[in-house]
Design a protein around this ligand. Structure first.
Ligand code: RP5
Length: 176
């Protein structure tokens, strides 16, 4: 998977999070950022989490993403052992729709920041990590602009898919 030293490191609390989180691939391929993904649980392999996080800066990692469900301690534990920016993904893995994980990831005590995205917010986590990386990789600015344009075009072209209902003309969306 890794073609060069990873700039973004992703930890999952369980292999059951993989199917969801591997969707980062679409975003990271577009931006041509290097990344890696593995599994280490804050509850089941706490020592592995700490070792991975402490080794990360020396290995060239600039941003960490941590994804976990239920009582999702992983992003917070990661943030407790590093000064790198940590993006947390609360995963919907239980009976209450991911709210448990969202609160665990978002409600960090002052001084140990985790940037929580929404429940299952994989795409935003990937994009946020790319934006952080953009601070040290100036080439990403142009790609971020291209990404926004692509998103805008997708919305605009979706308008033509509204059939049989009264729609405004295209010029209604242009400021005069
Ligand atoms: C969390 O508990 C994991 O991140 C996963 O989302 C959830 C369930 O884990 P498994 O029981 O599927 O390993 O720690």
């Amino acid at each position: 998977m890794t073609k060069k030293t990873a700039e973004i490191g992703i930890l999952l609390g369980s292999k059951s999070d993989l199917a969801l989180v591997k969707k980062v691939e679409e975003v990271f391929s577009f931006f041509d950022v290097s990344w890696e993904i593995s599994i280490a649980s804050a509850h089941r392999t706490p020592g592995d989490v700490v070792a991975y996080v402490k080794n990360a800066p020396r290995r060239g990692i600039k941003v960490l993403i941590a994804a976990a469900g239920l009582s999702a301690a992983l992003p917070g534990v990661v943030a407790a052992h590093t000064h790198l920016p940590v993006v947390g993904i609360p995963v919907n893995a239980g009976s209450i729709g991911g709210l448990d994980a969202l609160l665990s990831v978002a409600q960090m005590p002052p001084g140990v920041p985790v940037a929580s995205v929404g429940i299952d917010g994989v795409r935003n986590a990937a994009l946020f990590a790319v934006r952080i990386l953009g601070l040290v990789r100036s080439d990403l600015a142009e790609k971020l602009e291209a990404w926004s344009k692509k998103e805008s075009e997708a919305v605009r072209s979706s308008r033509s898919g509204i059939e049989g209902l009264p729609c405004p003309p295209d010029k209604a969306f242009t400021e005069e």
